[in-house]
Design a protein around this ligand. Sequence first.
Ligand SMILES: CCCC(=O)SCCNC(=O)CCNC(=O)[C@H](O)C(C)(C)COP(=O)(O)OP(=O)(O)OC[C@H]1O[C@@H](n2cnc3c(N)ncnc32)[C@H](O)[C@@H]1OP(=O)(O)O
Length: 307
Amino acid sequence: MMVLCALRRQLLSRSNCGAWARLLQRQSRGCVYSITHGFNQDEIREKLQAFPGGSIDLLKQESGIAVLTINNPARMNAFSGSMMVDLEERVSQLESWTDCKGLIVQGSSGTFCSGSDLNAVRAISNPQDGMKMCMFMQNTLTRLLRLPLISVALVEGRALGGGAELITACDFRLMASGSEIQFVHKHMGLVPGWGGAARLVRIVGSQHALKLLGGALKVEPELGLQIGLADGVLEAEEDALPLQQAEDWLSRYTKGAAPVIRAVKKVVLSGRELPLSDALRTEKDVFGTVWGGPANLQALASKPKHK
Ligand SMILES: CCCC(=O)SCCNC(=O)CCNC(=O)[C@H](O)C(C)(C)COP(=O)(O)OP(=O)(O)OC[C@H]1O[C@@H](n2cnc3c(N)ncnc32)[C@H](O)[C@@H]1OP(=O)(O)O
């Protein structure tokens, strides 16, 4: 801590205050890696931008539900370098949207995501660059998971490799019928590197995680439900597209005032990530933000009966 404070003072005294302030802000945003870990985000961004293609699109709706779309259909929505940078920018936008209550992450054109763009993977196959890309994606996906809103991955078609890792950075997962999730890393001579293994263990437990990663098993909706990787299965419906079905599913958790929904996520997140004493203190602080707030006063005035 003392080292960090000294570093902060040292950095702020430098002439280029704006850039340093940005670096320090990133460090405090809940990233895993910062300048103290030798992580230089601007340098990595520049490298990633050298592999263009596709986009990550964010739709902010008045309902407070956002839709994030992985959009690179010619490559089954594989993640190019510029899409990794795009994703980081979209997460920053979501961090600043304080009325947002829910997020759906989907792929374009009926499939989720086929992982890293193999063309970029081939071009940066040295371990140093690979680890830098990993740090960048781990930071972004950690920030995605920590957003104070309720997120759901809508899996249609295939979620492979990094695509399977991305779905673990959402609070929930819905699988459309016929969809598949597969951590194909072993077949590529790899292990997950975007934080997918650490998050998968927390979602399905270490026994199931070992089977999914060690066997590169295909997870279809039935198995997904059975092991707790999927929270619901969407059957094909004539009058509701999967995105509409996902919005309906999510609405049971996002109905209500934004500050309350966001507080719910914050207390669950702190319970999941912090030691008990710290989580309890955080819960007390978050409680203080809603106690006596508009939603609380309105509920009290309406003489509720919870039947
Ligand atoms: C830490 C991250 C680790 C990783 O993510 S490593 C990457 C793991 N992902 C993969 O290995 C996916 C490899 N792709 C496949 O298995 C198949 O393409 C896939 C997704 C099952 C789809 O099969 P099909 O339906 O038969 O379609 P297809 O093979 O003809 O693909 C259509 C076009 O998409 C391209 N594509 C699919 N996945 C890609 C990828 N990850 N990177 C770059 N290009 C990719 C594929 O090459 C094809 O392009 P083209 O039409 O031949 O020009």
